[in-house]
Design a protein around this ligand. Structure first.
Ligand code: PLP
Ligand code: COI
Length: 359
């Protein structure tokens, strides 16, 4: 296991300034005092693990990440529970998925224990940055190719880093239902591509479709499959679920979508509540028919950043479709409350999802 050198920030943010900033937390604009860094090279493997003051990197302009986008990341949160403890939610799953992404992008894998240590040591120094109440500390582990080389092959040097950002709600409207734009011009992922990996390139490719969503007054973009352009896949940064009149729920199957940890947790929580979950291909055509017949009554998006967000409306080239009453439905609410309840230690963590961060 790697040993981390700890070098404290000599000019951390004052408590008063931080408290002021905490009064109005958005998403991803405020950052904590420190960052974890680990380097990798073909000669040395993983080395130089440290937690230091958060600061810019100095990179050669030929660093291959700038040219060929060899970059992956994760998204996870630390919560301050009602009893004051700081907990992580299923961090082993993030460590595992990070390595799945690393393999797909021809990057070195980071042992899970070092991934988790990098996060826990950062929180150890920045524990005052974990907000209470409904806020959380969003953690962003990422890795990029840093070798200065313009040939197209996997880099021989990488930097792994974790930064932390205290966050409030992802959507500006808070807990209000969100509006989704169905992209019929752009796709996110094809079979054999990188859809199931969490790499920056996937998000770069989604930005134009997301901008189109914003232009249409929507919060997020929904992608259809790249082959037939009919099967619902996922949103730009979240997975999607549909709730039917008979109480069952559907979520699109894995393959070209990101295997969300929230998605997996929601499926388990639904099972616990005797809600039948079907992982099956669901087309946009079926969705339109199910809305017309009132069979489809709720839809929600889920992910670490968004948690569980009710979807009120879908807009596409041909018009807008209201989902159910347009408000957050009871099944969405139930699953959201169960998930948040576990994350805040207000409900029993019977699946052992929480990991307490050493004080
Ligand atoms: N799908 C995409 C494209 C995402 O960016 C995310 C967010 O990480 C998710 C799904 C949800 O994944 P998770 O629940 O692991 O955060
Ligand atoms: C996350 O939920 O952690 C993500 O990475 C999604 C992104 C849209 C912030």
């Amino acid at each position: 296991m790697l040993q981390f050198e700890i070098v404290r920030n000599s000019s951390p943010m004052s408590e008063a300034v931080r408290a002021k900033a905490f009064e109005n937390l958005g998403f991803g604009t405020l950052f904590s005092d420190h960052m974890s860094v680990i380097q990798w090279s073909t000669d040395k493997g993983w080395h130089s693990a440290r937690v230091t003051a958060r600061a810019p990197f100095s990179l050669d302009p030929a660093s291959s990440v700038f040219h060929y986008a060899q970059e992956i990341f994760e998204g996870m949160k630390a919560y301050r529970a009602a009893d004051g403890q700081i907990v992580l939610f299923r961090p082993e799953e993030n460590a595992r998925r990070f390595n799945t992404s690393a393999r797909r992008l021809a990057m070195p894998e980071l042992p899970e224990e070092d991934f988790i240590a990098a996060i826990e040591k950062l929180i150890g120094l920045d524990s005052a940055w974990v907000p209470g109440g409904e806020g959380s500390l969003y953690l962003r582990p990422f890795m990029f190719a840093s070798e200065a080389f313009l040939g197209v092959r996997p880099s021989r040097e990488y930097i792994f880093c974790v930064i932390a950002s205290p966050v409030g709600p992802y959507f500006k409207g808070g807990a209000k239902p969100v509006r989704i734009w169905v992209s019929q011009d752009y796709t996110r992922a094809a079979v054999g591509g990188t859809g199931a990996a969490k790499c920056g390139g996937n998000y770069a490719a989604s930005l134009l479709a997301q901008a189109e969503a914003t232009t249409h007054g929507c919060d997020q973009v929904l992608f259809l499959d790249a082959t037939e352009r009919k099967w619902i896949e996922e949103l730009g940064g979240m997975n999607i679920f549909f709730v039917f009149k008979d109480g069952s729920i559907i979520t699109p199957p894995l393959g070209t979508i990101l295997p969300g940890i929230t998605r997996n947790s929601i499926m388990t929580l639904a099972n616990d509540s005797n809600i039948a979950v079907h992982e099956r291909a669901y087309s946009f055509g079926e969705l339109q028919a199910d809305l017309s017949s009132d069979r489809l009554v709720e839809a929600f998006a889920c992910g670490t950043a968004a948690v569980v967000a009710g979807i009120g409306e879908l807009t596409h080239g041909g018009g807008s479709l209201k989902i159910g009453t347009g408000e957050i439905g009871p099944v969405t609410k139930l699953l959201r409350e169960k998930l948040i309840g576990i994350q805040r230690k207000e409900l029993t963590d019977k699946h052992g999802w929480l990991r307490r961060v050493p004080a």
